[in-house]
Ligand binder design. Structure first.
Ligand code: ATP
Ligand code: MG
Length: 240
């Protein structure tokens, strides 16, 4: 089953009467429950593509289909974008604040607090937690919303290497537990191959290559198989 189908999708911005194509002719299918990573150099159109899928930006051309048609979409950005006046648990519950069933909301939040190792910090405010915890809270907020698709735009980009490595591991565990369809943007080839079952390489607003990564989780970055795929992805970008 396909969660997402894009056909000939493009976005052109007008800057000072000049047309600037940000993404062009994007055709892409994403299977339900897949972890897809999108990698490419700065300015290749990764964020624009996510914003089009999220409906934050109107597309200039092409068609886009979701399954279910009214698919709920969760977003995680490079910075956590938490509400400073809300605790960790209330930030996570943010999308559910209108819900009537408070017990159900509590249960959902508790479930993800545990999964993300944030139980001890549920009452803390964003200013009282580390960058890694804040990013886990942002991920928890997206998960509590119970989206069909989660879009992540370089969510680990601002973290130090150690926190980043441990969150990469956690993200794989969460993916295996929560079984969500994930589109994850990064400019780090190793991260793209470590996380993705499918790695989409973008260049100049277009999809250059679409690799499938037939490795099981957790992946061993020191293995020959990992190295080979990583080299192919890197080569695809560098050869342009
Ligand atoms: N709101 C906008 N108005 C005009 N041009 C834009 C806008 N947003 C993006 N662009 C242009 O579209 C192109 C793609 O930008 P985008 O932000 O999607 O790249 P990116 O791959 O996410 O880069 P990075 O890795 O640096 O985040 C760039 O040339 C950029 O200047
Ligand atoms: Mg970007």
């Amino acid at each position: 089953m396909m969660a997402l189908t894009l056909s000939g999708v493009g976005k052109t911005y007008i800057i000072e009467n000049k047309q600037v194509p940000a993404v062009s002719d994007i055709s892409l299918t994403v299977e339900t429950g897949r972890f897809v990573t999108i990698v490419g150099r700065s300015g290749c159109g990764k964020t624009t593509l996510l914003r089009l899928i999220a409906g934050l930006e109107p597309k200039s051309c092409g068609t886009m289909g979701f399954n279910p048609p009214n698919a709920k979409i969760g977003l995680v950005f490079q910075e956590p974008r938490l509400m400073p006046w809300l605790t960790v648990e209330n930030n996570m519950a943010f999308a559910l604040l209108q819900e009537q069933d408070h017990d159900q909301v509590q249960q959902t939040v508790q479930h993800y607090l545990k999964m993300l190792h944030l139980e001890d910090f549920r009452k803390a405010y964003p200013a009282q937690i580390s960058g890694g915890m804040a990013q886990r809270t942002a991920l928890g907020r997206a998960l509590c919303y119970n989206p069909d698709i989660i879009l992540m735009d370089e969510p680990l980009g601002a973290l130090d290497a150690f926190t980043r490595a441990s969150l990469q591991k956690e993200l794989v565990n969460i993916f295996l537990l929560a079984k969500k369809t994930i589109l994850f943007v990064t400019h780090d080839v190793d991260e793209a191959v470590l996380l993705g079952q499918q790695v989409i390489v973008m260049e100049g607003g277009r999809i250059l290559r679409d690799f499938s990564v037939p490795l099981t989780y957790p992946r061993d970055t020191a293995s020959k198989e990992f190295y080979e795929i990583r080299t192919q992805v890197l080569q695809a970008i560098m050869d342009r």
